[in-house]
Design a protein around this ligand. Structure first.
Ligand code: NAI
Ligand code: MG
Length: 493
């Protein structure tokens, strides 16, 4: 059962907009309710920005880029030092930030403490370290040696709009802030309306770290108003977006008239492939992580579990038992493994897909809500699934996994690729060549062999096909936040 903590587990310190280094109300004076998904109760009223606030934020970010200290007066090393300072402050306040994330998103405190926060700190430090290591090239061009000198510079793009979802709010902010700032861009972040709190707290820590006014701006509000205004604003030169592919299609069209650069990290229906020669117990654990981690609200969730026919029944039985052992409940209980779905809307969407699934296939466990308040869904497994069914093709974004049997390596590869998405894939086998064959066959941005959901700030992440374009993390993220300038020097006397 879900119990409401006797007193608020963490204090909300910030609910305003961050524009030009100041915490301000929205121009309209409007606010929106911020809901605790574990109880359905209102946590706070958050300032609701729209086009007018976005315009002020863009002006501030443009000034900080064009005239302010950021691009022209601060060395890349100093930018790195500010990011290191922010990482230290996040680390010092990790417990509070983890609690805030759990309160706002509904995910377990064990996860925010041991996954989200350490990854945020790692990401900030990785790009802090990269800030003074971005180099251009000297280009060997036509002509007598010594007659022409040609070199490249890697420069920031300018004002970047960053729109993030609600499943890993602070981590998605870190993935977007860190490379953009390391490279010398200025940013306007539009967090998801479901989860505004942790990014605001990170904004407070950024101000404490000493980022100059206008370099980091945060405008909460809705996608159709604040998000839309950011995408269309002529002063914004790049949009980085994480969320649903249908939103990305709209953003791409709306960004076209101003020819903005775009990077998109979108959803998936990632195949998690279990061969008969795998260590089955490890594969079961991998399937649990792939299906149910973060309540299944993970862009790279292994929500299509492809299992070789000869071990199908054995595997499914063990997987079902493991799923039924998962501890659901109060996200603030340190023993809880699965918390609440983020919102009523998301809960309803998942339940709708479960109903569709029950008509198409066999639900062997779960298939219903957990408890009687908040937005909890039991771990749900469907068998008897064929890859053409709706529950095998569409992203559900909840703790719902479909099991699709396959015959051999070729069959597994074909089913794995029979999707519009291409974010991730995993393969479980003791046969090293089979593993690499699948890694080469699958059209996806990340392939995990005998593991699932491993991340590192140094390892690029992103999608093929409808899962997006561009890469986050690693050195590729620096490319996505920079322009290349070619300089020619005539050395002839
Ligand atoms: P969404 O893609 O609509 O929202 C993500 C962000 O985009 C939010 O900050 C939102 O305010 C903003 N946004 C929405 N419409 C916009 C517009 N027209 N212009 C600019 N910004 C806009 O995702 P939503 O509605 O929260 O969830 C719907 C489904 O998307 C989920 O059920 C799930 O399947 C998928 N999703 C995938 C995510 C991923 O990481 N791949 C993350 C969140 C949702
Ligand atoms: Mg939406």
């Amino acid at each position: 059962m879900v119990t409401t903590a006797p007193e608020a587990p963490v204090k909300v310190t910030q609910t305003k907009l961050l524009i030009n280094g100041e915490w301000v109300d929205s121009q309209s004076g409007k606010t929106f309710d911020n809901i605790n998904p574990a109880t359905g109760d209102v946590i706070a009223q958050v300032a609701e920005g729209d086009a007018a606030d976005i315009d002020l934020a863009v002006q501030a970010a443009k000034r900080a880029f064009d005239e302010g200290p950021w691009r022209t007066k601060i060395s890349p090393r100093k930018r790195g030092q500010l990011l290191f300072k922010l990482a230290d402050l996040v680390e010092q306040n990790a417990q509070e930030l983890a609690a805030l994330e759990t309160l706002d998103n509904g995910k377990p405190i064990s996860e925010t403490t041991h996954a989200d926060l350490p990854l945020v700190v790692q990401c900030l430090r990785y790009f802090a370290g990269l800030a003074d290591k971005v180099q251009g090239d000297v280009i060997p061009v036509e002509g007598k040696p010594g007659s022409m000198f040609c070199y490249t510079l890697r420069e920031p793009i300018g004002v970047c709009g960053q729109i993030i979802p609600w499943n890993f709010p602070m981590l998605m902010a870190a993935w977007k802030w860190a490379p953009a700032l390391a490279m010398g861009n200025t940013i306007i972040m539009k967090p998801a309306e479901q989860t505004p709190l942790s990014v605001l707290r990170m904004g407070e820590l950024a101000m404490e770290a000493g980022f100059p006014p206008g370099v980091i701006n945060i405008v909460n509000g809705f996608g159709e108003t604040a998000g839309d205004a950011l995408v269309k604003h002529p002063g914004v030169e790049k949009i980085a977006f994480t969320g649903e592919y249908k939103t990305a299609q709209l953003i791409m069209a709306n960004a076209a008239p101003t020819l903005k650069r775009t990077t998109f990290e979108l959803g998936g229906k990632s195949p998690n492939i279990v061969f008969a020669d795998a260590d089955i117990d490890r594969a079961v654990q991998g399937a649990i992580a792939g299906s149910f981690f973060n309540q299944g609200e993970v862009c790279c969730a292994g929500s299509r579990l492809l299992v070789e026919q000869s071990v199908h029944d054995e595997f499914v039985e063990k997987f079902k038992q493991a799923a039924e052992k998962r501890r659901l409940g109060d996200p603030f209980d340190p023993k809880t493994e699965q918390g609440a779905q983020v919102s009523r809307e998301q809960f309803d969407k998942i339940m709708k897909y479960i109903d569709i699934g029950k008509k198409e296939a066999t639900c062997i466990t779960g298939g219903e809500r957990f408890g009687d308040k908040g937005f909890f869904v039991k771990p749900t497994i469907f068998t008897g699934v064929n890859n053409d069914m709706q529950i095998a093709r569409e992203e559900i974004f909840g703790p719902v996994v479909v099991v699709v049997p396959f015959k051999d390596v070729a069959d597994a590869g074909a089913i794995a690729n029979d999707t519009i998405f291409g974010l991730a894939a995993a393969v479980w086998t003791r046969d090293i060549s089979k593993a690499h064959r699948i890694a080469n066959t699958v059209r996806a941005g990340t392939v995990w062999i005998n593991c699932y959901n491993t991340f590192d700030a140094a390892a690029p992440f992103g999608g093929y096909k409808y899962s997006g374009h561009g890469r986050e993390l690693g050195k590729d993220a620096i490319n996505a936040y920079s322009e290349v300038k070619t300089v020619w020097v005539n050395l002839k006397g």
